[in-house]
Design a protein around this ligand. Sequence first.
Ligand code: APR
Length: 191
Amino acid sequence: MEIDFPHGRKLRLVVGDITRIRVDAIVNAANSGLRGGGGVDGAVHRAGGPAIMRELDGIRKSAGGCPTGSTVATGAGSLPAQFVFHAVGPVYRDGRHGEPEQLANCYRTCLDLAGRHGVRTISFPAISTGVYGYPMEEAAGIALETIALRLRSADCPVQDVLLILFDQGTYSVHARIAAARITSSRSAGSP
Ligand code: APR
């Protein structure tokens, strides 16, 4: 699915493995200790190699980690990108402990970092929907609306945003919510 925005900007929903798709910046679903893990985090470090963790070691020493809802940038090692943006999503409790705002902040801080690093294409996983347990429908609405708001704004530096969904079920949830809530959407026959 491909959704058009002003100035030729696009949001694309794609089924795939985020470590295999070429963009300027890949977003990782990290933890606040920046210590690596499973899921996207494991895949990013496996495919990117040890240079990424070496850089995170330095950030941990100087800043102590990364708060929930925020993001730090490193190089991308052997990944097909220039940068990895390590975004720390919230662990879902009941949705009443600031989780929606923290999740939206992950997407916002990544798009802010994109502006500072000259990133034109960026790929996001469905942050917090794995180990961190965020209900998929709610997380999808927050991700899509936060990204769409930014792609509509006059000063958006990013041209292409890819939301990489790991399986067909996750893709279907996001596609349905995008069609219902994001205007000017059109299906391009993907996946
Ligand atoms: N590409 C795209 N999506 C992926 C990939 C991949 N290679 N691997 C997993 N996913 C999907 C999952 O299916 C899920 O929908 O990404 C989503 C996020 O899942 P997690 O990686 O578990 O991320 P999150 O829920 O934010 O939990 C973060 O898990 O691995 C640890 O260190 C990480 O502590 C942190 C926590």
